[in-house]
Design a protein around this ligand. Structure first.
Ligand code: CTP
Length: 399
């Protein structure tokens, strides 16, 4: 029996020079036992014919909603419903932009919007298009939504330049599909509480004290934990990021609200990952009316907020506790102190003074310090990759 026996895969083919490789992808998926339904964009038909895919898959091929497909009004929903997986290979910058924006103007984009099945994309394009911050932003949005992106290969591109953007070999893509579809869910049914973004503390009805955290790291961990089967509660301070797929969301503002949300589910939790930047102080009094300016200096009196993680460490039973330490100097010393003081299993430390890592960017460079004294240093990597590393370490410790 093939690894994909009885799996129904919708293969989206978009208009890039690599579209011809999708023929081999379809063929390999079939050989692995999958039932393959191909949806081509109109542009893709410039590179490969529908007939080729029909022959290879033994199924009708859909192109656009209004043209050749007789029963279009049910078809896009039918394919969206029957899919166990939607794989788009190659995925152009254009289709990713459309999906990120929620546009449904052809059969493929409509199917993606209508499906509840997991979506994998294999981006392939010219290096400059790939590296363009707009494309990078769209890919980051898709990841946040729980979609799987297969890294393009580097090498000689059809446009004559060297760089990243080449569609990986069909055998590699099909292997990724098999790993994903048959992949174990190491965190299946584990209850994990994740905090993200910064808390804010009101000063008066229009002002607050806050910090630079955007939530990217915590949201990436939440999305990945859900993909690995965990029951995730994401407690988030204000953040512009969308709710990650498959995650229970609790949006809060202040440190005390975050504490209440975490503690409400702590007794049943298997793990807590505190990536939030919690405000250590709050204004002692919150003015009922907007504070008016005067010629005198304004003195704010601040009082301590609870240290949420320290409190969790005191009540710790079965829970694995993971903390973060954002430091601007003496990273190792400060991180290890927090590890001990807060009774953590491990702490993820980073130097937030680095420009290319940390706050508000998609990458991070961290060291992990473990309760048993182990230290692991990692190079600069995408927060989505780092999320996998952190959850791997967590899975290894979970009782
Ligand atoms: N944390 C918390 N509650 C707070 C402050 C921090 O739960 N009031 C958590 C953070 O989510 C993080 C860890 O504790 O996982 C370390 O946070 P950090 O701000 O680096 O350290 P602090 O303990 O606040 O120490 P300092 O501000 O002195 O560096």
């Amino acid at each position: 029996m093939g690894a994909l026996e009885s799996k129904k895969i919708v293969l989206g083919v978009t208009g890039g020079i690599a579209a011809y490789k999708a023929v081999e992808i379809a063929s390999r998926l079939r050989k692995a036992g999958a039932e393959v339904h191909v949806i081509m964009t109109k542009e893709a038909t410039q590179f490969v014919t529908e007939l080729t895919f029909r022959e290879i898959t033994g199924q009708p091929v859909s192109v656009d909603m209004w043209g050749k497909v007789a029963n279009f009004n049910v078809e896009h929903i039918a394919l969206a419903n029957l899919a166990d997986l939607v794989l788009i290979a190659p995925a152009t910058a254009n289709i990713m932009a459309k999906i990120a924006a929620g546009i449904a103007d052809d059969m493929l984009s409509t199917t993606v919007l209508a499906t509840k099945a997991p979506v994998m994309l294999a981006p392939a394009m010219n290096t400059n298009m790939y590296e363009n911050p707009i494309t990078q932003r769209n890919m980051s949005e898709l990841r946040q939504r729980g979609m799987q992106l297969i890294e393009p290969a580097a090498g000689h591109l059809a446009c004559g330049i060297e760089g990243k953007g080449r569609l990986p070999e069909p055998v590699t893509i099909v292997q990724e599909v098999m790993d994903f579809m048959t992949g174990e869910q190491p965190l299946k049914s584990r209850k994990i509480i994740i905090t993200a973004a910064g808390t804010i503390e009101p000063l008066d009805p229009v002002r607050f004290l806050g910090n630079h955290s955007t939530g990217k790291m915590g949201y990436a961990i939440a999305a990945e934990a859900a993909r690995q089967g965990a029951d995730v509660l994401l407690v988030s301070g204000p953040s512009a990021l969308p709710n990650p797929a498959g995650v229970r969301m609790k949006r809060i503002q202040t440190a005390r609200e975050m504490q209440a949300a975490v503690e409400a589910e702590y007794a049943q939790a298997d793990a807590v990952i505190m990536s939030a930047a919690v405000a250590d102080y709050r204004p002692k009094t919150v003015a009922a009316e907007k504070i008016k300016k005067s010629d005198d200096e304004l003195v704010l009196h601040l009082e301590r907020n609870p240290d949420i993680l320290w409190g969790l460490g005191q009540q710790k039973q079965q829970q694995v506790l993971v903390g973060f330490a954002a430091e601007t100097c003496n990273v190792e010393e400060y991180a290890k102190k927090k590890l001990t003081k807060k009774n953590l299993d491990f702490i993820v430390a980073n130097d937030v003074s680095a420009k290319d890592a940390g706050f508000a960017v998609d990458n991070n460079r961290v060291q992990l310090y473990f309760r048993d004294g182990r230290t692991e240093k990692y190079p600069l990597m995408a927060k989505s990759e780092l999320a996998k590393v952190i959850l791997d370490k967590l899975a290894a410790i979970l009782p």
